[in-house]
Write a protein that binds this ligand. Structure first.
Ligand SMILES: Nc1ncnc2c1ncn2[C@@H]1O[C@H](COP(=O)(O)OS(=O)(=O)O)[C@@H](OP(=O)(O)O)[C@H]1O
Length: 308
């Protein structure tokens, strides 16, 4: 094709092709039109301040939940103080196109989220500058959440069906690449950084204590009432109704809000409604093999959350 802009039809077809194809950058899938190799190259050398905070997640592990919690901790639980800005701007991604300008000029404390694997991260983190919060979620629920996300995210290819997506995820042929490698890459370097590890399932089980742990890790002093306010405004129900937090404002060219919602179900064990017995057995086998040397454990079902 010589001139993609020839007609509106060709233009849209061209943009669609650009968007749904990954671009490999040093073994990592970038989404064309959203990420750029130039930005990824620069992140390594970003100058890190002691006050910087990075929330790292594999996609669908609770990123927007942390954006809400951290936004609220910064304003001591006063949700009205977050009304003037979307959480995605208050706690932005570092890997998006042109994000470097915003990163360099932002005032402290700079709080960011990222789906990037460890190898791309700022080298300053290894000098114990800044703080890293890694949020993990059991990968079976990640897979199901990601399947639904692909159905309404216009920048990602719509899966033919669940089985097709299951294969793609297992191959790491998604944005974020292989779940196992992502978790391992970060957690095996935890000693090098000021690092805190939390899970999605812990937050479902006891949001209050996770919020307290995050505030203390960041050295923020909040009164018990302020901590309660953070928790109250970070529940699934309240976030779903909060336009600053629920991502309903993302333009329709990126997310087709008729087809799904970021705040979808917010639960543990939804994978049981999707995995076949054979898929589950296969997943468990891969999990045992890939995670055999990793001292992490996950909660796979709501019933495992109930303390006897
Ligand atoms: N407050 C709260 N409580 C419980 N669950 C919550 C909450 N906020 C976000 N979520 C759930 O997190 C899933 C989205 O993950 P991410 O925010 O990491 O998505 S993304 O990577 O940024 O696209 C997605 O999970 P699923 O519902 O399973 O699809 C969201 O519903």
């Amino acid at each position: 094709r010589t001139d993609p802009y020839r007609t509106s039809y060709h233009y849209h077809e061209y943009i669609y092709e650009l968007l749904i194809h990954f671009r490999d950058f040093r073994g990592f899938n970038l989404i064309s039109g959203i990420h750029s190799p130039e930005v990824l190259d620069q992140i390594h050398n970003f100058e890190i301040r002691d006050s910087d905070v990075f929330v790292i997640t594999y996609p669908k592990s609770g990123t927007i939940w942390l954006q809400q919690i951290l936004s609220l901790i910064e304003v001591k639980g006063d949700v009205t103080a977050t009304n003037d800005q979307l959480n995605s701007e208050r706690v932005p991604w570092i890997e998006l196109l042109d994000s470097e300008k915003q990163f360099v000029s932002a005032s402290s404390p700079r709080i960011h989220v990222s789906h990037l694997p460890y190898k791309f991260m700022p080298l300053g983190l290894k000098q114990k500058k800044g703080k890293v919060i890694y949020v993990a979620r059991n990968p079976k629920d990640v897979l199901v959440s990601y399947f639904h996300f692909h159905k309404f995210a216009n920048m990602l290819e719509t899966p033919k069906d669940f089985d097709t997506f299951f294969e793609k995820f297992m191959e790491g042929n998604v944005f974020g690449n292989c779940w196992f490698e992502h978790v391992k890459s970060w957690c095996s370097h935890n000693d090098e950084m000021n690092f805190s590890y939390i899970t999605y399932e812990e937050m479902i089980k006891d949001l209050q204590s996770v919020v307290e742990r995050i505030a203390s890790f960041l050295g923020r002093n909040l009164t018990p009432q302020q901590l309660n306010d953070v928790v109250e405004h970070s529940t699934f129900k309240n976030m779903k109704n909060n336009p600053q937090a629920n991502y309903q404002q993302v333009p329709v060219n990126l997310l087709n809000h008729q087809q799904g919602a970021f705040m979808r179900k917010g639960t543990v064990g939804d994978w049981k409604n999707y995995f076949t017995v054979a898929q589950n057995e296969r997943f468990d086998k891969v999990y045992q093999q890939k995670m055999k040397d990793v001292p992490l454990s996950f909660i796979w079902d709501m019933s495992d959350l109930v303390t006897p």
